[in-house]
Design a protein around this ligand. Sequence first.
Ligand code: GLN
Length: 270
Amino acid sequence: MPTYRELIQSSQIERFDAQVLLLHIVQKNRAWLITHDTDIASDEHTAMFESLAARRRAGEPIAYILGVREFYGRDFTVTPAVLIPRPDTELIVELALARAPHAARVIDLGTGSGCIPITLKLERPDLSVAALDISLDALAVATHNAAALQADIHFMQSDWLNAVVGEEFDLIVSNPPYIEVNDSHLSQGDLRFEPSGALTDGGNGLLHLSCIISQAKHHLVAGAWLLLEHGWDQGAACREILQTAGYTEVQTWRDLGDNDRVSGGVWRGA
Ligand code: GLN
């Protein structure tokens, strides 16, 4: 019978991934493994580990295998219906928190797991937060997360802002699908398992970003920010689209990896 260390060593997956899967099975934290790695694994734990390791060898993302991913210090349920929350996306959350006026009406477009609006609401209970997605399967995951984390969010199915005609907001945020359809990353790693509709616009990567920029003008009060996450090489294009559309204070911010990641501007009114 193998020890925990032997299970990890023979798994043919990355050591860190193997540890994470094992700790999930035994329901322990990392410190436990340091003192117990020469313990004999039970048959049940061994079988469970072998089955999860096989899924990982087939390329399935750790977040989907575990069904959970941490974002901004909280656990979010994730399924293959939603994009896996990325640490990079904490940048748009920080920028939104710094720009949302007291008791602001905030809306997140293409919410996926709901990690952005739920974090905004929990960090700033004064905000009134709505979130939209075109995918009912994604909305089911987001609604579950909001209930589990006790965040009061108004969810609605919508193709970008089409379901909120006539409504105005004090801040609009979005992490839309922005990967160009021919980008080779789509056929590599975790992205192969994520919903393609959450990753790519099926075109040059700027289609949804442009659509949101033009629609948002009709839903922002004067002086309100629009903040958009985008790819590392899309900052200049986003700024140009924002400027052409009439936004002011247009700028781009960099993520922790020092890549352009969020651009935004202020809508001064028509
Ligand atoms: N940041 C993701 C990636 O590059 C893409 C997310 C998105 O398209 N919104 O893997």
